[in-house]
Design a protein around this ligand. Structure first.
Ligand SMILES: Nc1ncnc2c1ncn2[C@@H]1O[C@H](COP(=O)(O)OP(=O)(O)OP(=O)(O)O)[C@@H](O)[C@H]1O
Ligand SMILES: [Mg+2]
Length: 362
């Protein structure tokens, strides 16, 4: 049996009529870098507050390190939170900001001194003790806020969109810093974001949420390769979506588009029947520009609308030649297609059936 840092059992949370969370069940392994991912308003912050004890669930249990801590007050739980607005105490210097929690917890003075020095090294800010919080850059403030949370040696560090106030390049650096910190400390990190790139590139495991519910839990690779529904498939990673109706199930499932294109697909939804409305979800790396005589399960013509330059590759934004369904395809920059493709070109794209993941839609 793995050791779980955190188990959530049947957690529900209501604010009057608003159901913020509905029946959340989740297990987080000790030492995991775990992500809660979902759009604005889906309940991520609420869930984080319930884990930290800042909010009480309407029902369900919060188990931390095997102990039922549902009724335990926030300051008695061994968790620490880094909020989106990281709000250091502006009138205190870096040392006092980091030492604050330890003083509150009555750590011995010598231990506080050693710990602050250790944490400043960890965040690559050795020598910044005396700097006032307002004299720091956004990224430095962010690192101090993380150090402050780590100072009390929490078993679980909770991070609520900690990088959303930083510009893109700083955010990318901080992502690497956080991965390094996590590896060095070896504690459980639970990180809230609505940014799928962050969750995909940093997380050991993640949960995709929607409207207070969990849609799927797994590693980034599992979720990317085997999304349970079209919501998860389109939320994680990039996709083309081809809507249609299931016109055949056997011997081979076929999705027929409104304009009559018959696509061989891989059925990922057991509820699909002949006549069901459905959508085929296709990842960019599984679509290619083909020549007329290439052997492939599916082929169709598209018209190029727009060519976007990405450096190593170009993205051709197109629409189906039969109707207006949008479809994009990537080509490497140095290929013949990349050199000749212009807006208005008619090209053939191909797709193997195992990569046309087919789900029901309502
Ligand atoms: N104190 C509150 N009183 C009433 N409703 C609330 C309260 N806090 C949150 N909610 C509601 O609960 C739902 C979940 O909110 P929550 O803050 O957890 O979302 P979130 O996923 O963190 O969103 P974001 O990405 O925008 O931060 C929302 O519908 C929100 O309006
Ligand atoms: Mg939030």
């Amino acid at each position: 049996m793995p050791n779980f840092s955190l188990e959530l059992q049947n957690i529900g949370k209501r604010y009057g009529e608003v159901v913020a969370l509905a029946d959340i069940n989740l297990q987080v392994k000790e030492g995991d870098f775990f992500f809660l991912l979902g759009p604005s308003g889906c309940g991520k912050t609420t869930l984080l507050k319930i884990i930290s004890g800042l909010e009480a669930p309407t029902r369900g249990r919060v188990i931390i390190n095997g102990k039922n801590e549902t009724e335990l007050h926030a300051n008695k739980r061994n968790t620490a939170t880094v909020f989106q607005e990281w709000a250091l105490f502006p009138h205190m210097n870096v040392y006092d900001n980091i030492a604050f929690g330890m003083k509150m917890h009555k750590f011995p003075a010598q231990k506080i001194k050693t710990k602050v020095a250790e944490l400043l090294e960890l965040i690559h800010m050795g020598g910044y003790h005396k700097r006032m919080a307002y004299e720091l850059s956004g990224g430095q403030q962010q690192r101090v806020a993380i150090a402050r949370s780590l100072a009390i040696e929490p078993d679980i560090l909770l991070l609520d969109e900690p990088l959303s106030n930083l510009d893109l390049s700083l955010r990318q650096n901080m992502r690497i810093e956080l991965i390094r910190l996590h590896e060095q400390i070896g504690k459980t990190f639970i990180y809230v974001t609505h940014d799928q790139t962050e969750a995909m590139t940093m997380g050991d495991n993640l949960v995709v949420m929607q409207k207070g519910k969990i849609e799927q839990v797994g590693s980034p690779k599992e979720i990317y390769k085997n999304p349970v529904n079209d919501y998860v498939a389109t939320f994680i990673g990039e996709t083309n979506e081809i809507p249609g109706t299931i016109s055949e199930l056997s011997p081979e499932p076929i999705l027929e588009t409104p304009s009559g294109i018959k696509l061989k697909v891989d059925i990922r939804d057991n509820s699909l029947k002949k006549g069901s409305k459905a959508v085929a979800i296709v990842r960019p790396e599984h679509t290619k520009v083909i020549k007329s005589d290439d052997a492939i399960d599916n082929r169709f013509d598209v018209i190029v609308d727009n060519v976007a330059y990405f450096g190593p590759s170009l993205r051709l934004f197109c629409h189906s030649a039969n109707d207006n369904t949008p479809f994009f395809v990537d080509v490497f920059t140095e290929t013949e297609m990349a050199i000749t493709a212009v807006a208005g070109s008619r090209i053939k794209v191909g797709l193997e059936k195992q990569y046309a993941l087919c789900y029901g839609i309502n």
